[in-house]
Design a protein around this ligand. Structure first.
Ligand SMILES: *[C@@H]1O[C@H](CO)[C@@H](O)[C@H](O)[C@H]1NC(C)=O
Length: 441
């Protein structure tokens, strides 16, 4: 019993060792605790240091945002030098000349219209985000061309409301020629949101800036012949149905027609929508068939020609760029003034929609044979049935309305227009892409 107690109170030798170990552990723990509290202090110190650094950082970035107007977007705009450039570009040289904001100014139609406006003495300020939907170096080259004529293109996005309101603050634009858009029918399958971003959200941002501006500008903008969609009455007339789009691109352009109507109705913005029919020519868009056919033919690569159902050739009402430019300028010239001010409508404002086409549809095989002749190279053709990707089998414009109201009269046929395109293409890209097959003809 005693032994038991002893054993309980004083355990066997191994137990003694345990006690000694426990003492040792206690000492270690004490040391450990001491060092932990030091570590804890260090940690506190580091946390305080980090916190003060972070708050200093946010102070610095806040103040840089306060003192520089360009830090919040990826594009570079703002500052005195920038404002000086914008004002200089906006000044017109003819009496009662226009001051036009051209969106998509580094684009195909935008660059041509900017040059034409500037040449006749109007003031032009361009806006472009230089996105990479197609080779941005072509956009940069167009920008250089405009720059050599003292036309300044603001590098910024249509969706940047602060930029737009700044532009309207700096310059009292008389007109907006809104040509910036996400183009292309098939690309909508790959990247649908870019169509909503540019053609709907961007359009609304622009219209908001325009309706708030004082004075309100008149707006001329690019809709599209694609709004006719599944309409099969020919030639396409402005009064025909446009409620059956065949692509998301067409749907966003149709939405644009309805959205601009709303801004016309509520705020008194003068609106002219232009339904372009397959615009082509020098400095054109590389995503267009005539453009990439040219590249492929010169490179000796096969081209894919789509054919409609029942072996019907696809046809397009190809419209030469100079004719489109004349239609755009005539639209600006005949645009009524917006009637709103301070965001309120003072009276009904003009709302117009015009077809700008060529009234002479040409089939894609004919397009290719014209290119073959001008390039002096035979094309390797792959003819396949058109997949259901949003393309319509044909377009054909009735331009009676534009003729009557704008004096629009296209003068360049596809033969002449493609000749000018090929001449430009070869001078811009050179013959380097031709390769050995260039001696075929
Ligand atoms: C073209 O449109 C006008 C209305 O703008 C119409 O009067 C005319 O009949 C149309 N022409 C054809 C050939 O459909």
């Amino acid at each position: 019993m005693r032994t038991l107690m002893e054993e309980e109170l004083f355990p066997s030798t191994p137990g003694k060792v345990k006690i000694e170990r426990a003492h040792q552990m206690n000492r270690q723990l004490n040391r450990c605790f001491a060092s932990t509290s030091i570590m804890f202090l260090w940690a506190l110190f580091l946390i305080a240091l980090t916190a003060s650094y972070l708050s200093f950082q946010s102070f610095v970035s806040t103040s840089s945002r306060l003192f520089s107007s360009s830090s919040s977007s990826a594009s570079s705009w703002g500052g005195l030098q920038w404002e000086r450039q914008v004002r200089a570009s906006a000044s017109h040289r003819r009496s009662s000349g226009f001051t036009v904001l051209v969106t998509g100014a580094a684009g195909f139609v935008g660059s041509h219209c900017s040059l034409a406006l500037h040449k006749r003495g109007d003031g032009v300020v361009g806006l472009d985000n230089f996105n990479s939907y197609y080779d941005p170096s072509l956009k940069k080259a167009r920008q250089s061309l405009l720059s050599s004529h003292s036309i300044f293109i603001v590098n910024g996005d249509l969706n940047d409301a602060r930029l737009l309101s700044k532009l309207f603050d700096v310059v009292p634009f008389t007109h907006v020629l809104h040509l910036a858009a996400q183009a292309g029918v098939r690309y909508a399958i790959e990247n649908p949101s870019s169509y909503v971003h540019s053609n709907i959200a961007g359009l609304v941002t622009l219209l908001e800036a325009a309706r708030s501006a004082d004075p309100q500008p008149a707006v001329v903008w690019a809709s599209s012949s694609s709004v006719y969609g599944l309409n099969d009455k020919v030639p396409f007339s402005e009064s025909h149905r446009t409620d059956r789009p065949a692509s998301l691109y067409a749907a966003t352009k149709k939405a644009g027609e309805e959205i601009t109507h709303t801004y016309n109705h509520i705020y008194g913005l003068s609106i002219t929508g232009l339904r372009f029919f397959t615009v082509y020519g020098p400095w054109g868009r590389p995503d267009m068939a005539y453009f990439f056919f040219t590249k492929a033919i010169l490179a000796g690569k096969p081209i894919t020609i789509f054919r409609g159902r029942d072996r019907v050739d696809l046809a397009r009402d190809f419209t030469y760029i100079d004719d489109i430019v004349r239609g755009c300028l005539a639209s600006l010239d005949t645009a009524g003034k917006s009637t709103g001010s301070g965001g309120k409508k003072r009276g009904p404002a003009q709302y117009r929609i015009f077809n700008l086409g060529n009234t002479a549809p040409v089939t894609v095989p004919t397009l290719v044979s014209i290119l073959e002749r001008h390039l002096k190279v035979k094309a390797k053709k792959n003819v396949i049935e058109m997949p259901a990707n949003g393309d319509v089998p044909f377009t054909h414009a009735n331009i009676t309305l534009a003729m009557a109201e704008l004096g629009y009269k296209p003068t360049t046929n596809l033969e002449i227009g493609l000749k000018k395109f090929v001449k430009w293409y070869l001078s811009y890209y050179g013959f380097t892409q031709t390769g050995p097959t260039s001696t075929n003809l």
